[in-house]
Design a protein around this ligand. Structure first.
Ligand SMILES: Nc1nc2c(ncn2[C@@H]2O[C@H](COP(=O)(O)OP(=O)(O)O)[C@@H](O)[C@H]2O)c(=O)[nH]1
Ligand SMILES: [Mg+2]
Length: 384
């Protein structure tokens, strides 16, 4: 006869202890993060950077995808440029060449492929096959005077963010042995549709932690899926992303007559997410992303196009970012709420980011994941 037979409660205590230990272990180990923000703010890029650091197999999959997507991006950006050039009223330098390009790539024209009907995998295959034969045409089009003049005004119209970057890589992208660099992978744009769940095993200073990251499509019609992921009680933290360079852009999925500013739309969506009852006490981290484009754009386009009360002549990027941060922070209705001990119920943490930066952003990934883990333990009463 053992002690446990004589005193059954002893065994139970051990079981309870073990149960609590298991629970603690789970809390330590699986943390779910929701990536949110409207279209093209950089959600999938942030996810790629996490995979790059902690899940190399998944990142290698992204590399394969990029080999096709880079070609598709270049073709679509060329269409966008030609359309912008026409809208500016500059005349074509070489209509015959442009017509040849347009004929061959009609399947990727803005009327066929756009935010409502994003490219399909057949389009990616077709673009990859066609690309070596049209790379030279694309290059020549981009060198024409009317296109150079259009590019000088790139802050004034919408074009894929990485278009010029891929233009600088046009010859490598054409090679049959093209193996995208890490930077290429981060810059390639493929619209996310539905819900994408990715697991990441991160070795942080304290422990090995499993993060379950959920990425979603950001367009209006994709946001109907958000309620499904947001109703998951498991969500530990929300990583909400703003594209700073959105301040002079309109939402693509709206008709021109119902124009809507992207920055304002994202701020309103942010408000509706973080003030949901079930999210009031959730940890929220905000990335003010695309600082690189923002700093450049601010030299040409004043912030007043979005915020009329901002001082017209103030072109200082850091003051402009402070102002935008203030606008976003003020959306949090629980900002002034305090716990019994006087500590704030929630404090939103902001980071100013350049998510396609291969080096600097890796540090942010590590810092943010470590902070999320610490918050998770704190809210479970396991860390003080
Ligand atoms: N220049 C620049 N481009 C970025 C940055 N973050 C994301 N992008 C690019 O913006 C585009 C849209 O990003 P994506 O992650 O697909 O946005 P999502 O719709 O929110 O998932 C991609 O081409 C990215 O490479 C950034 O900080 N700077
Ligand atoms: Mg995405």
């Amino acid at each position: 006869m053992c002690l446990r037979d004589l005193f059954p409660c002893l065994g139970r205590e051990n079981d309870i202890d073990r149960g609590i230990k298991d629970q603690e272990e789970r809390m330590r180990r699986t943390i779910s993060i929701l990536l949110l923000g409207t279209a093209e703010c950089g959600k999938s890029t942030v996810l790629k950077q996490m995979e790059r650091k902690y899940n190399r197999a998944a990142f290698e999959e992204q590399r394969k995808i990029c080999a096709k997507v880079a070609k598709l991006n270049l073709i679509m950006a060329t269409w966008q440029l030609l359309d912008a050039r026409d809208a500016f009223g500059y005349s074509s330098d070489d209509p015959a060449l442009e017509n040849r390009f347009r004929d061959k790539t009609e399947f990727l024209s803005p009327s066929r492929c756009n935010v409502h009907t994003p490219p399909r995998s057949e389009d990616e295959d077709k673009a990859a096959e066609l690309y070596p034969r049209i790379a030279q045409e694309i290059k020549t089009i981009w060198q024409n005077a009317s296109i150079v003049a259009t590019l000088d005004r790139k802050s004034e119209f919408y074009m894929l963010d990485s278009a010029q970057y891929f233009m600088s890589r046009i010859d490598d992208v054409k090679s049959p042995n093209y193996n995208p660099t890490d930077e290429d992978v981060l810059k390639a744009r493929k619209q996310t549709s539905g819900i994408v769940d990715v697991k990441i095993d991160a070795k942080l200073a304290r422990d090995k932690v499993i993060f379950q990251i959920t990425d979603v499509g950001g367009q209006r019609y994709e946001r109907k899926y958000w309620s499904r992921v947001m109703s998951g009680v498991e969500t530990t933290s929300i990583l909400y992303i703003f594209s700073l360079s959105d301040y002079n852009l309109d939402v693509l999925e709206m008709l021109p007559e119902r124009k809507r500013n992207r920055m304002i739309e994202n701020t309103q969506v942010f408000n509706s997410v973080i003030n949901k009852d079930e999210f009031r006490n959730k940890n929220v981290i905000v990335f003010l992303n695309k600082t690189d484009i923002f700093i450049e754009k601010l030299k040409h386009v004043p912030l007043t196009v979005c915020y009329s009360d901002y001082p017209e002549n103030n072109r200082d990027p850091s003051a402009a970012m402070d102002f935008i941060e203030g606008q976003i922070r003020s959306q949090d209705r629980s900002a002034t709420a305090v716990n019994e001990d006087g500590s704030p119920v929630r404090e939103i943490v902001f980071h100013r980011t350049h998510a396609t930066d291969p080096e600097a952003f890796q540090v942010i990934v590590e810092t943010v994941l470590a902070n999320i883990q610490a918050e998770n333990l704190k809210s479970a009463g396991l860390l003080y």
